[in-house]
Design a binder for this molecule. Structure first.
Ligand SMILES: NC(=O)c1ccc[n+]([C@@H]2O[C@H](COP(=O)([O-])OP(=O)(O)OC[C@H]3O[C@@H](n4cnc5c(N)ncnc54)[C@H](O)[C@@H]3O)[C@@H](O)[C@H]2O)c1
Length: 352
């Protein structure tokens, strides 16, 4: 798995020397346009203004309609298989542009500059690209590693607390897959301390991800453990988008994963004896940093039905990643009753 190098004039030059692109284009999250002008300068120096495109990150970007629009824009820019696409943005832009770059003319080199914590700890690495279809997360996608990942945590200075916390849910996931020591470090670091201390956590998460991805690049075995919290999380995220205009704002990816972690660890506790003390530490952490998400018993079936779409499933069983204890993941099947009980638990302890 490709890891990051620091984002700087020098690393961009080195990348150009290595790839010798006939042309460069950049797709940049429009929320960076004003607040991060200075940090964007190195990109501006290698990509002319008429080949820069601004898109606003978010789940809506990961759509089939936009694939066509961007492919046509790349074509108007005369992008060839020897060009280089820069993507500067969060996980949604990386997932989407990675997908387009993989299928445009059967593959164009791409460099990721992740700008959210979620993208820095997770989305930029491992070569998964995807777009959504209706409420189904990541229904279409291909594996395609980028040619470079250029990291600068100063991008985080303009990110909202809500987005930092969304990324921090993935950091917690990595800690749960790793060991008690990393778990303790994650729980005692203040995620909202202006990015202080986050670089060390980012590097540690990437090291953990690399281990899983290299052992199982195509997600057929142990890489699926990185999906802890995601069977439930993806379903809730999709579900929240269906309700968005009617009720409260849709869940951010990491917010949904945080709920997924609680639900899946409750099942882990019931079926595998995951320690209650750890469970409570995680619930306390969630209560301190995340707003409760309100849903009702009568909606459980809709959420569970979305879980049937999960790529880990085979047949009609719903596969989740469970933990016997921190650092000991395994894939198990969860029944509807177990999932319903775990939703009850979430609503009881978090107040949703
Ligand atoms: N491919 C993978 O392995 C992988 C892993 C984890 C998550 N993901 C995907 O990542 C997506 C979520 O990504 P995300 O959490 O990064 O959110 P995002 O890309 O939707 O960005 C969140 C918001 O932050 C804004 N933003 C981005 N960078 C900013 C900055 N530096 N300052 C201010 N605002 C900024 C965006 O415009 C957007 O409004 C989901 O679609 C998820 O499925 C993919």
């Amino acid at each position: 798995m490709l890891c990051h190098t620091d984002y700087s004039e020098e690393t961009l030059q080195a990348l150009h020397t290595r790839l010798n692109p006939d042309k460069t284009v950049a797709i940049i999250d429009s929320n960076l346009r004003d607040g991060q002008r200075a940090l964007l300068e190195p990109i501006f120096r290698v990509v002319p203004e008429n080949r820069r495109l601004y898109l606003t990150g978010g789940e809506e970007v990961k759509s089939l309609g936009l694939v066509k629009e961007i492919a046509l824009w790349l074509n108007r820019c005369r992008v060839t298989r020897h060009s280089l696409i820069y993507v500067v943005g969060g996980g949604s832009l990386l997932d989407f542009c990675g997908f387009v770059a993989a299928i445009y003319k059967r593959g164009v080199p791409i460099a990721y500059v992740p700008t959210t914590l979620m993208a820095m700890v997770d989305a930029a690495y491992g070569g998964k690209t995807a777009i959504n279809t209706d409420d189904i997360k990541n229904l279409l996608g291909v594996f395609q590693e980028p040619n470079a990942i250029l990291l600068d945590e100063r991008f985080l200075t303009t990110l909202s607390d809500r987005e930092i916390l969304s990324g921090y849910a993935e950091v917690l996931k990595y800690a749960l897959l790793e060991d008690d020591q990393f778990f303790a470090k994650v729980l005692t670091t203040d995620p909202l301390n202006n990015g202080m201390g986050l670089r060390e956590l980012i590097d540690q998460c990437v090291t953990i991800k690399k281990r899983f991805v290299e052992a199982d690049p195509y997600d057929l075995g142990i890489r699926q453990y990185l999906n802890l919290g995601h069977t439930v999380g993806h379903a809730l995220e999709g579900f929240s988008h269906t309700l968005e205009p009617l009720r409260h704002p849709a869940l951010r990816h990491g917010e949904a994963v945080m709920i997924g972690i609680i639900v899946e660890l409750y099942i882990s506790h019931k079926l595998l004896g995951f320690p209650l003390e750890r469970m409570h530490q995680i619930v306390d952490f969630a209560k301190e940093f995340f707003s409760p998400y309100f849903f009702e018993c009568k909606q459980y079936n809709d959420i569970i039905n979305l879980m049937l779409q999960d790529k880990k499933n085979s047949g009609d069983d719903i596969a989740i990643i469970a933990l016997r204890r921190i650092g000991e993941p395994m894939k198990i099947n969860a029944s509807r009753v177990q999932l319903r009980n775990a939703f009850d638990f979430y609503r009881e302890v978090i107040g949703g």
